[in-house]
Design a protein around this ligand. Structure first.
Ligand SMILES: [Fe+2]
Ligand SMILES: [Fe+2]
Length: 243
């Protein structure tokens, strides 16, 4: 496995683990984003078994004891499997998530109580500001949500645009085509009438960067990419309904 750390926006570091043999040799990427501020936040704790690797990489940027916030898109092992390892290593850290995630899973599974966020609530990290946005069932999970870092206009969009294979830390190339190929491979998205509207809602923040959990971060026409992704899922829903 390969691990690398890159600053993908000012003060936002992407710790990326690439498994070249995963998914039948296509390879697969797991990204964890550290937002540096007075109250540093890690978005995606990562798999429990990757904790030694990821925490060592994060520890080269800031002492992990200083981590204040932990976040992730939804309750799933690659997103939060190492949540309690981080809580043990970072005594001031708290998990933050939406109401559904906290009430359904995190409140019970986390070793310390989480901070429950309302849809649209902003948390000031001191130098960075993160806004939590509920995206139920998008791309999957009742508890799903994303985070928008306002000072850099970075949308940490979790499993949206998931792709197979590797890639550079940042790209301006198409991310919609590879995401739909991965959709055919994994069938990861919970397709329903709210899928496309929930994705389109994310264009309102007009991101400069889309920080993907499983793919290169994207800088370019982010509104166009989100709109195209929504269109593709809407077309798939229509096709499924007429079958
Ligand atoms: Fe997921
Ligand atoms: Fe994921």
């Amino acid at each position: 496995m390969d691990i690398r750390t890159d600053e993908v926006a000012a003060g936002i570091y992407r710790v990326s683990v690439f498994l070249p043999q995963a998914q039948g040799g296509a390879g697969f990427m797991f990204n964890h984003f550290l937002m540096v501020g007075d109250e540093p936040m890690l978005f995606h704790c990562g798999l429990r078994k990757m904790f030694p690797l990821v925490s060592e990489a994060v520890g080269r940027i800031i002492p992990i004891k200083k981590l204040r916030w932990l976040g992730f898109g939804h309750f799933e092992a690659d997103e939060c499997g190492s949540m309690n390892e981080w809580l043990a290593a970072s005594p001031h850290a708290e998990v933050m998530h939406g109401a559904v995630g906290c009430r359904v899973s995190i409140g019970d599974m986390a070793d310390r109580p989480p901070r429950v966020l309302a849809d649209g609530e902003v948390v000031d990290l001191g130098g960075k500001r993160v806004r939590y946005i509920d995206t139920p069932h998008v791309p999957h999970g009742w508890d799903a949500g994303v985070v928008f870092e306002e000072t850099t206009a970075t949308l940490l969009c979790g499993d949206l645009f998931t792709r197979l294979g590797g890639g550079p830390p940042v790209t301006e190339n198409d991310i919609v085509g590879p995401a739909m190929e991965a959709e055919d491979f994994f069938e990861l998205t919970s397709l329903g009438p709210t899928t496309a509207p929930n994705i389109r809602k994310l264009t309102e923040v007009r991101p400069a960067t889309l920080a993907l959990m499983h793919g290169s971060s994207f800088q370019g026409d982010t509104v166009g990419a989100l709109g195209a992704l929504a269109d593709r899922f809407e077309a798939r829903l229509q096709a499924a309904m007429t079958r």
